[in-house]
Ligand binder design. Structure first.
Ligand code: SF4
Length: 620
C-alpha cells in the first residue's frame, strides 16, 4: 500500500506514515482526523486501506427489513419509531403477516423492532424458525443486543441460552443496532433506560463465542463529541481483537425527525458523513467491512462513500421504516439494478453477498480471484491490472464462483482446480511450499494417532487443506476423525479436540498459540516428512474459453509482478505482516518459504495428492 498523498493538512502526514507501517492508530490520531478539514486526504487514506482489504469489490445483499412491532416498553429520546403500549399508532405483525411480506429471492431478512411487553418467547423462536423453513435460502439476521437483553430479563433465561435457542431456530447473524455511542454521558442524557456499553459488548462477545457473527453501529451527528466517536470505535476494535466476530461496521447518521434533539431538518452534512466513514475505515483496522447505509446517507453520498473507505452498500431493503419515520429522504426501496449501477458507475465490482459476506454473484467481466493472504503478495503487489479487475476472496469461495462461470482466472485452491480441470488452463505459477508452510496449521489437544474418532473444527475458508488433513489422518496415521466446518472468523474452538486454520489467521495463531491446544502441527511439514515432496496449495489457472489475448495479458502481468517482487520479499509484505503482528524479519522468512513456480516436483506432488484424495474419498 505504498501511495503518495499530498496533504493540505500536514497533521495527517504522520498518521499516514503509521498506517503505511502497519501501526495502529490512537485516540489522538482519530480526533485529529475529525478536526482536520482535509477531507479529500482522509478519504484517500481510507480508500487505499479499503483497496487492500477488498480491492474493487463492493458488496450488496438482496434483503428485506421486518419490524414486527413498533410498540416498545422503552422511550429512547432519539427514537422516532416506537410508540407506547396502548397507543392507537401501535402495530403488531403476526408470523403469517411477516411471511406474506417476504419475497422468495432475498438472501437476508433483517429483523428488529420495539420491545413488546406481552409477546412470549415462543413467538420469537417461531418467527425465526418459520422464516427459515418457508424461505430456506434466506438467512435471518435478527435482534439487537437491546432486544437480546430484554428477552434475557423478561423470559428469565441466560443470554447464552437465549442466543443458543435462537441459533437453533435459524438465527445466523445479529445486527449492530443499540450500540449508539459508548458514552455514559450520552446514555444518561438520551437513552438511560437502554443497555450501556458493558452489556452491549458482553452480548456481542457471547454471540461471537457461540458462533454467531454480528455487526456494529455508531449513531453520530447528535450530541456526541469527536472523542466519544473515536473511543466508541476503539472499544469495538478491542473486542474484535479478542473474538474476530464482527462482520461490518455501520456508521449511522442521526435522523433528527421529531426527536427534539436537533432541529427537524438539521441532518448531518455529506462532509461529516464521508469523514466519519473514512475515519471508521482507518480506525477499525481489524473490521473486514465498512457499510455506507444508503437509506440514511442518500444514494449520492453512499456512492461517493465507496471512494472513502466503504465497501458495502447494504441492500434492497424493503419497508425500511425506522429511518423513514424519522425523515430519511432516500426512497423506501432500491432495486437491485440501481445498486449495481451505482457501484458500477463508481468504477467498482458489484458483489452480491449473503449475510456472512460470501459472494453469491459478481457483475462484470475480466474478474480475477485474489487470495487475500500474506503468502500471495508476491503475485498481487503492483499487479498490472490491464483489462482485469481483482476480487479478493477466500480460496474456497473462489472455487464456488468459478463453478458459476463468474471468474475468468485466479490463484485457485488445488482442489478447486482439480474439480474444474477440464475447463481451466493451468499457468506455470503456484503457491507451493518448500518444506514447512506455517500457515496451514492443526492446533490439537491430542497427538495424531489419538485423534481417532475425535471432532476437528475446520476453518470454512479452506478447500484443499481440509483434504490434506484427511489424507494425513487416514493414509499417514491410519485414523479417522469427524471434520466439521466452523463459522469463518469466529473464535469458537473450545468444543473441538483439534482445529485447522489456514492463511493469515493460522500464521497469527501459530505465533501466539491457541489456548487449550498444546500441540501444533504444520500440515506441509507433515506432508514433506512423509512424501519428501513440496505441497502445492494453489495454482494459477485461466478459463479455457477465454481469448488468447486475455490469457497472454494475464500471463504477462503475473510474470512481471513475480519477477519484480521476488527480489524484494523483504519489503512487499511488511505492512500486511504487521497487520497480523509479524515482524518484518518473520514476514520475509515466511515468504521465502514458498516456491511460486510450477516445476516438475510440484507437478509430481499434485499428481500424488490427487490419487491419495481419490482413495480417501472412495474409502469414506
Ligand atoms: S430505540 Fe429501540 S428500545 Fe429505544 S424506544 Fe426505540 S424501539 Fe424502543
Amino acid at each position: 500500500m505504498k501511495k503518495d498523498i499530498v496533504f493540505r493538512d500536514q497533521v495527517l502526514a504522520p498518521i499516514w506514515d503509521k498506517i503505511q507501517r502497519g501501526t495502529r492508530l490512537s485516540l489522538e490520531d482519530g480526533v485529529a482526523m475529525f478536526r482536520s478539514n482535509d477531507l479529500i486526504s482522509i478519504g484517500k487514506m481510507a480508500h487505499a486501506v479499503q483497496q487492500e482489504k477488498s480491492g474493487d469489490a463492493v458488496y450488496y445483499v438482496l434483503n428485506q427489513k421486518i419490524e414486527p412491532t413498533n410498540i416498545c416498553v422503552l422511550e429512547c429520546k432519539f427514537c422516532d419509531f416506537a410508540v407506547k403500549p396502548g397507543s392507537p399508532e401501535g402495530y403488531e405483525m403476526t408470523i403469517k403477516q411477516i411471511l406474506d411480506k417476504l419475497t422468495p429471492n432475498i438472501h437476508e431478512v433483517h429483523i428488529t423492532g420495539g420491545l413488546h411487553p406481552e409477546w412470549d418467547w415462543k413467538y420469537y423462536l417461531d418467527m425465526v424458525r418459520d422464516i427459515k423453513s418457508h424461505f430456506p435460502q434466506t438467512d435471518v439476521k435478527a435482534f439487537t443486543a437491546v432486544e437480546i437483553d430484554f428477552f434475557h430479563k423478561k423470559f428469565k433465561l441466560s443470554v447464552e441460552e437465549i442466543l443458543l435457542q435462537l441459533k437453533d431456530a435459524g438465527l445466523r447473524t445479529m445486527p449492530g443496532g443499540g450500540a449508539e455511542v459508548f458514552s455514559a454521558r450520552i446514555r444518561k442524557e438520551l437513552f438511560h433506560q437502554k443497555i450501556g456499553e458493558e452489556v452491549w459488548l458482553d452480548i456481542h462477545k457471547k454471540a461471537h463465542l457461540l458462533g454467531i457473527p454480528t455487526n456494529a453501529t455508531l449513531l453520530y451527528g447528535h450530541i456526541e463529541t469527536y472523542e466519544e466517536r473515536v473511543v466508541h470505535m476503539m472499544k469495538l476494535r478491542e473486542l474484535q481483537d479478542e473474538t474476530n466476530g464482527f462482520l461490518t461496521f455501520i456508521p449511522l447518521a442521526f435522523q433528527p425527525g421529531d426527536t427534539g434533539i436537533k432541529a427537524k431538518n438539521n441532518f448531518t452534512s455529506a462532509i461529516e458523513d464521508l469523514k466519519t466513514i473514512a475515519i471508521s475505515r482507518l480506525m477499525l483496522d481489524n473490521f473486514p467491512h465498512i457499510k455506507a447505509y444508503w437509506v440514511m446517507l442518500t444514494e449520492e453520498v453512499a456512492s461517493i462513500a465507496l471512494h472513502f473507505g466503504a465497501d458495502d452498500m447494504d441492500g434492497t431493503v424493503g419497508g425500511e421504516k425506522i429511518a423513514h419515520d424519522a425523515g430519511a429522504v432516500s426512497p423506501m426501496a432500491m432495486a437491485k439494478e440501481q445498486i449495481i449501477k451505482i457501484i458500477t458507475d463508481a468504477g467498482k465490482i458489484p458483489v452480491e453477498r449473503d449475510v456472512f459476506y460470501n459472494a453469491l454473484h459478481v457483475s462484470g467481466e475480466g474478474i480475477i480471484g485474489k487470495i487475500p493472504y500474506l503468502n500471495s503478495v508476491p503475485f498481487y503487489t503492483d499487479f498490472e491490472k490491464k483489462q482485469f479487475t481483482l476480487l479478493p476472496i477466500a480460496p474456497r469461495r473462489m472455487g464456488e464462483l468459478a463453478r458459476k462461470d463468474i471468474l475468468d482466472a485466479g490463484l485457485f485452491s488445488l482442489m478447486d482446480y482439480f474439480a474444474q480441470e477440464s475447463d481451466l488452463d493451468v499457468l506455470p505459477y503456484c503457491i507451493a511450499t518448500r518444506d514447512q508452510v506455517k500457515s496451514v496449521m492443526l492446533f490439537s489437544k491430542e497427538g495424531w494417532r489419538d485423534l481417532d474418532g475425535k471432532r476437528i473444527g475446520i476453518t470454512d475458508d479452506t478447500a484443499t487443506s481440509i483434504r490434506l488433513l484427511q489424507v494425513l489422518l487416514e493414509k499417514k496415521y491410519g485414523v479417522r476423525a469427524h471434520l466439521e466446518r466452523m463459522q469463518t472468523g469466529i473464535n469458537d474452538c473450545s468444543r473441538f479436540d483439534a482445529v485447522l486454520f489456514i492463511g493469515d489467521e493460522a500464521l497469527k495463531r501459530n505465533k501466539f498459540g491457541l489456548d487449550g491446544f498444546e500441540l501444533v502441527f504444520d500440515l506441509a511439514r507433515e506432508w514433506y516428512d512423509w512424501q519428501k515432496l513440496p505441497f502445492v496449495f494453489a495454482v494459477w489457472a485461466v478459463r479455457s474459453a477465454c481469448s488468447d489475448a486475455l490469457k497472454s495479458a494475464l500471463l504477462d502481468s503475473i510474470s512481471r509482478s513475480l519477477a519484480r517482487n521476488e527480489n524484494r520479499l523483504d519489503s512487499i509484505g511488511t505492512i500486511h505482516g504487521a497487520r497480523i503482528q509479524l515482524t518484518p524479519a518473520e514476514t520475509t522468512e515466511y515468504l521465502q518459504g514458498f516456491n511460486y513456480r510450477l516445476g516438475d516436483r510440484e507437478r509430481a506432488a499434485m499428481k500424488l495428492f490427487k490419487i491419495l484424495v481419490a482413495e480417501v474419498i472412495v474409502a469414506s
